[in-house]
Design a binder for this molecule. Structure first.
Ligand code: ADP
Ligand code: MG
Length: 608
């Protein structure tokens, strides 16, 4: 029989890669302005027409490209930014995958004009759907100008998928804001349909924020500034009373790259706990700097989801730093007075795991509680509070009730438990329970319920923040559903997108899945969707619970670790840490106990 496997032509391979890198005009804008920054530009101009669908132009005054480089830059995996695998751990540039230009050129008509400052003549290159149409010398300004016309002209299905011009330009603005915030020392302009949207001179970070978000924000910011051996945190956070009803002014940057980080968001939110008007979300512009060696930016082609080696420690540091900054608004005391503001962080060593730093401050401070306003009281109250926690855990065999947990997300809790379990002391029993000693006895955690709880809260967070954390399937999967399920699915399609599903309706009871919410244990999207639909159906009679909560709950059940699954130390540790970072670690989303503690006394009795 003849051989049947062959390599895809580059143009097809590029189009497949483009599916990941170029989702919409805004992705093109992001990639191009990031390239301009990497090229050392001090001025970047963005011009868009019709939401970027007709035209995107990015002009910079950076280092430009030689004739040959201009040509090669459109090859896949062509980059000037890394040379070998080792460089991946020391990335300081925004790009490094060498995929963007190849991807963009495979789905659009591209003209680039570029000149290196030291050359007299520049070069102009025309590419359409990956095919080079012409290259010739030109007179042009030094720097680079990219013109992208008719995005997806050769992929009608994707072009159809684009939203209205208004919606698309909004996405462009978001991407623009992110890069502009990361580079206040670069001049930026943005123009849409001949109208200027932003004209940002080079300035301080605070002024950049004001230029982007309006004068009103000026008096409502305070700076945040902390340096430890693991991370340096700077930037600005907003006053609680300035908090908005809808998200939009929450920004994290890592080494000057915008990132989404729901877990760190939670750290900031916990610092604001109880001082925010109901259902509002504070503004923040927080810049982390960490050794590139300790982060992984390579997990997704768009590079906005980033993994940190020291996530738990940074969580604590970030929360403490935010509280300290809020303290400057005189709203809450920043740090426990007994500790005199001295936070001790360990020296960073590459070969050793970082222990969770212990920060003590008075979580229970309530500005309206007269008695607590006396600083000297703070420490003592804290101890009492700890004792209270101890009591909670020593009630033999009684699971932690989420109702008992007024202070359920208190850091004491996560620190306390975290410290005890942060070792190799996790044991899996019957592929069902995770066992670990705690101060007051032996703690048993139901692995499946723990994971359900973690996923549930993560999904609820995704909804609230509009931050779906998704993973993509290797190949989009076509699924035919029975007509009722299909109709039900169509009704909740929007919500499923908001939680991280990339599902498209293909009509005739058929959908195509190209991505699904991250962290699901079930990595078969078809199976995940089917189990989810089953669960979701069974909640339909529950009219008291909102659709989104039912979705989160059903999806958590569908994606959680199963009983009978053997877990590695690392996975168990992740489950334990994740669980105790939850708002309500005591009960599964359907109300069943997750944690049981068998007290020392009870054990001792048994040995009598
Ligand atoms: P990456 O940014 O990951 O290296 P790209 O496909 O985005 O990959 O770009 C490929 C290469 O083209 C870059 O490494 C850089 O050398 C060059 N390049 C792209 N844009 C510019 C620009 N605006 N100015 C100078 N060089 C550029
Ligand atoms: Mg790039």
């Amino acid at each position: 029989m003849a051989d049947i496997i062959h390599l895809l032509p580059d143009s097809v391979a590029n189009q497949i890669a483009a599916g990941e890198v170029v989702q919409r005009p805004a992705s093109v804008v992001k990639e191009l302005i990031e390239n301009s920054i990497d090229a050392g530009s001090t001025m970047v101009k963005v011009i868009a027409k019709d939401g970027g669908k007709t035209l995107i132009q990015v002009i910079d005054n950076g280092c430009g490209m030689s004739e040959t480089d201009a040509r090669i830059s459109f090859e896949r995996h062509a980059t000037s930014k890394i040379r070998e695998a080792g460089d991946l751990f020391a990335i300081r540039t925004l790009g490094f995958r060498g995929e963007a230009l190849a991807s963009v050129a495979s789905v659009a008509q591209v003209v680039v004009r570029t000149r290196k400052p030291e050359n007299d003549l520049g070069t102009e290159l025309n590419i359409s759907g990956s095919a080079v149409e012409s290259q010739k010398p030109v007179n042009c300004a030094s720097g680079t100008s990219f013109t992208i016309k008719n995005l997806f002209f050769n992929v009608p299905a994707r072009r159809k998928f684009l939203k209205t011009n208004n919606a698309e330009i909004k996405h462009i603005i978001y991407e623009f804001q992110r890069v502009a915030l990361a580079n206040p020392d670069v001049e930026f302009t943005l123009e849409h349909n001949d109208e200027e949207i932003y004209n940002l001179p080079r300035t301080s970070l605070k002024q950049r924020i004001v230029h982007l978000f309006g004068k009103a924000i000026n008096q409502n910011l305070t700076n945040i500034d902390t340096e430890t051996s693991i991370v340096r945190i700077t930037g600005f956070i907003g006053k609680p009373e300035y908090a908005r009803r809808s998200p939009g002014e929450q920004f994290f940057f890592i080494n000057n790259r915008f990132m989404k980080h729901p877990y760190f968001h939670k750290a900031v939110m916990s610092a604001y706990e109880k001082i925010l008007p109901p259902e509002t979300i504070p503004s923040y512009f927080i810049y982390l700097e960490a050794d590139p060696d300790t982060i992984d930016i390579n997990i997704h082609p768009t590079k906005t989801e980033i993994k940190f080696e020291n996530e738990l420690a940074i969580f604590q540091i970030l929360m403490a730093a935010t509280r300290e900054a809020l303290g400057r608004f005189n709203l809450i005391p920043s740090i426990d007075f007994n500790a005199e503001g001295a936070i001790e962080f360990p020296i960073f060593r590459h070969d050793e795991p970082i222990p969770v730093p212990e920060i003590s401050y008075n979580r229970n401070y309530n500005p309206f509680d007269e008695e607590l306003k006396i600083p000297g009281n703070a420490g003592r109250r804290d101890d009492e509070n700890l004792k209270h926690w101890e009591k909670l855990y020593t009630q033999e065999g009684i699971p932690i009730s989420s109702m008992d947990m007024e202070a359920k997300s208190s850091p004491q809790q996560s620190l306390h438990i975290g410290n005890i379990s942060n070792s190799d002391s996790l044991i899996q029993l019957k592929s069902r329970y995770i066992l670990t000693p705690v101060k007051s006895g032996l703690m048993l955690i139901d692995q499946r319920r723990a994971h359900e709880r973690i996923l549930f809260e993560q999904y609820i967070r995704s909804f609230a923040m509009n931050y779906p954390v998704a993973q993509r399937t290797l190949f989009p999967e076509t699924i035919e559903l029975d007509p009722a399920d299909y109709l039900m699915l169509r009704e909740i399609m929007e919500d499923l997108h908001a939680i991280g599903f990339d599902i498209r309706d293909f009509g005739g009871n058929t959908v195509v899945i190209a991505g699904y919410p991250a962290d699901s244990r079930n990595e078969n999207p078809k199976d995940l969707l089917e189990v989810f639909l089953e669960k979701y159906k069974s909640t339909e009679s529950d009219i008291k619970t909102s659709v989104r909560e039912r979705i989160a709950r059903s999806l958590a059940v569908a994606g959680a670790v199963n009983y009978g699954e053997t877990l590695s130390q690392a996975v168990m540790q992740e489950l334990v840490d994740g669980l105790f970072a939850c708002e309500s670690p005591g009960y599964s989303p359907s109300g069943k106990p997750i944690v049981v503690i068998v007290g020392i006394e009870e054990l001792e009795k048994k040995f009598k």
